[in-house]
Design a protein. Sequence first.
Length: 580
Amino acid sequence: MLLRKLWHKAVNAMLTFPEDSTSPHRYVVLKRNIILIMCLVCIIPLALMAGINYSLYRVNLESEILRPIQVMAEDTRHAFEIFIEERLSTVRFIAHAYTQEELRDDKTLQRVLGTMRSEFVGFVDLGLIDREGILVGYAGPYDLLGKDYSGQPSFQEVSVRGVYISDVFMGYRKFPHVVIVVQRIAEDGSSWFVRATLDTGRYEALIASMGLRAEFDAFLVNPSGVLQTNSRFYGEILQDSPFPVPPGIHGTYTFQTRDPMGRDVLVAFAPIRTDYTLVIVKPLSVLLRSFYALKVEMLIIFGVGVVAIILAVVGVADVLVQRIRNADEKRATAIQELQHTQKLSSIGRLAAGVAHEINNPLAIINEKAGLMKDLVGLSEPFEHQGRFVGLTENILQSVERCRTITHRLLGFARRIDVQFERLDLNGVLQDTLGFLEREATYRQIDMQLHLDSTLPPIISDKGQLQQVFLNILTNAFSAVENGGRILIHTRFDVRKKLVMIDMEDNGCGMNEEVQKHIFDPFFSTKKGSGTGLGLSITYGIIKKLGGDIQVRSEEGRGSTFTILLPLKEGDDPGMGEEKV
């Protein structure tokens, strides 16, 4: 009943807002709703989870204790089987890949052993045994050449089964090791045996990788119950295990018993395919310790969790609401300030300063070149008069070209505030492309213009539109590779009275997540080289001019930006002139 009342209260609070959504009280209501809903959403599941877990823990205590042991035993058993099977496969490969004569050669045998050691950990030596049981080839640290193995169990069993893997034993080496023997029968009926020795230290490493706690123990035993690895509490290698292996077990088998130290323990047996058995021993007092402390721990955790949730929710709600409020207050002026800052820093100083500085010497050059032309024309004919006149014309043409560029820069940078005038949109686009002609030529970018010759003039701001076009085209240049393509298409929607400009590139494109944020201030995909302001400013300018901007993109296929500009009152859609 209490939860139901709290839920209805939270829902009513969430749905109740002041009529004036811009009033300061809106943020108070929003903060209250966030705190209430988040507390309910976090605390109610926490309480339910604590109660359910406590009940399930009591009911399934035994299975929860057994499952980790079984999983650990199965994983370790699998690791042992993989380790032994890899070594056995390696010895089999050596036995079938080399002839008896090749293996008799000391250099060949040493080289094979070196390769085995480099690829597989654990190999100690490698030997070749003839059909009489004599070691006729050997590579390793011991002097075993000529030893007679015909009376050993390994020789007898491998002669019958073709493969033999021994228990851990001492042998001639006087240290614990394991022997793998593989028989090879040639096509002519002759046979020989390849014998490899493994260091049991790898067995110890596999058990150590289980990461057992200091109170737990794990070791290997053979079918006779003899330790094949050292045990923490129950003896050293080759001693008898205090826990006899149950006969005929399959899979992991567990039972409770008392060890020689008088402790109640849980013992797990996991048989391995090589006749070993993995034994894991865990004291019950350690396993049940968590259950005894569960009630107190759950109460402490629940109390601390509730307090932490409340403090965190209040803090997060306060920060979020404050940021929302600040964002609402600053949003109206952010785009204008960013636009003003970027334009003054990137265009104003560069365009105006450079253009004015260049125009003065250009005027002098133009005046002097004109005077030279007049003087040459008025003087008496001389040998190179025609050449001088041609060179003077070239100077005047170059000066005129430079003057066109500087005037274009001045026209692009002269306005900061919106100043509407009658514009030929195709002409504005062509002027803007003049800034990028050199880069397009250098990078061999195919600039395709499909300009609608019937496009009507619009009332807008030339400088602002040039900045919009330049920002989008700059991004397109960054997105395409050298030799790429950029398509610019203008069109007019008579029904909606919209002039539309499509700027399409075949660059890298964007995924859906990036498209959601491309108009956000300071969002950039140009790591280390972009400010994240270009498209944000572009969006603000288009909105200020009364238009809209849309984007379509597919990652790896390219992007298309569509700018929609409305016809102002007084614009005549039929006044478009033919353009060449």
